[in-house]
Design a protein around this ligand. Structure first.
Ligand code: SF4
Ligand code: SF4
Ligand code: FES
Length: 287
């Protein structure tokens, strides 16, 4: 039962942010940065490292570095290779598609500036795919299980859009404020990559009983607080009661530290832990 999680500080630590800002101030345009990439030609294939030289431009992010490499995919030891494959969409930290592990930390590559992470001439920046999802190729992973887990908790408002329903129910501004923060989840997968309870599971038949993840628990809370969404509240709690549900959370609190949207994930986990406990008691006494 999860009842004691505190609302640990979300997002990157202030000291780390200050260090990145200092790096940005001191970084010189036109320096050479080594981009070390973990490559993999496809599912089930062995991975290998390849390093490329990139000449920095002002405000260059990891995606622009990968684009520069794609223009001339030759490694530092002179080997001609294939362009690196990655995924991206919005390029403004909204879609979550470009998430990868950069210098050992999971984050979005579109908002990762080379000046922050490799500020000096000759510095190396390492890029790896997330390890909790199957690799499609190079830095591109298949996040389908993340979306599957959102379906497990019915993370939507059940409305029939075929006719005019009229104005929706009124909501208290305080609830709106809490829900707005939770709604900022972009399904990036950072919280799953950092979670010791969430592991790579290639066997899809095990997805429904493996740990659901902080993102889905948070979305269950979001929709259970919604005036119309709460129609499915019991079904969401049922999903979180079973194997792989909220009680499988080990309270490591890594999720809240890496969430790029600073969503209070541990607060959501604690809230849903209490709701699940209450619902199981109610079910027990009614049976
Ligand atoms: S608190 Fe720990 S175990 Fe629970 S979801 Fe977050 S990272 Fe995973
Ligand atoms: S909760 Fe945060 S870290 Fe997890 S998927 Fe959503 S935005 Fe990403
Ligand atoms: S491309 Fe959408 S978050 Fe980076």
């Amino acid at each position: 039962m999860i009842t004691s999680l505190t609302n640990a500080p979300a997002g990157p630590h202030a000291k780390e942010l200050a260090q990145r800002a200092a790096n940005r101030r001191n970084a010189k345009v036109g320096r050479t940065v080594m981009v070390k990439v973990q490559r993999c030609d496809g599912p089930g294939k062995a991975s290998r490292w390849e390093t490329f030289k990139v000449t920095t431009e002002r405000g260059m992010n990891v995606i622009s570095a990968l684009q520069q490499i794609a223009g001339n995919p030759v490694t530092t030891d002179g080997k001609k290779t294939t362009p690196v494959v990655w995924n991206s969409g919005c390029l403004e930290e909204v879609c979550g598609a470009c998430t990868m592990v950069i210098n050992g930390k999971v984050r979005q590559s579109c908002s990762c500036l080379l000046d922050d992470y490799a500020p000096n001439e000759g510095d190396t920046i390492t890029l790896e795919p997330m390890s909790k999802f199957p690799i499609i190729r190079d830095l591109w992973v298949d996040r389908e299980r993340l979306f599957h887990n959102l379906r497990r908790v019915k993370a939507w408002v059940p409305i029939d859009g075929t006719y005019n329903l009229g104005p929706g129910p009124r909501e208290h501004p305080k609830d709106q404020e809490i829900r707005y923060k939770m709604s900022e989840c972009m399904s990036c997968g950072c919280c799953l990559e950092a979670c010791p309870q969430f592991n790579l599971e290639a066997d899809e038949s095990k997805w429904d009983t493996s740990f659901i993840g902080a993102h889905a628990i948070n979305q269950a809370r979001l929709f259970n607080m919604h005036a119309t969404g709460k129609e499915l509240a019991m079904e969401r709690l049922d999903a979180l009661m079973g194997p792989g549900g909220v009680s499988d959370c080990g309270n490591a609190q890594n999720c809240v530290k890496v969430c790029p949207k600073s969503i209070p994930l541990t607060e959501s986990i604690a809230a849903m832990g209490r709701a699940v406990t209450l619902a199981s008691f109610t079910k027990f006494f009614r049976s």
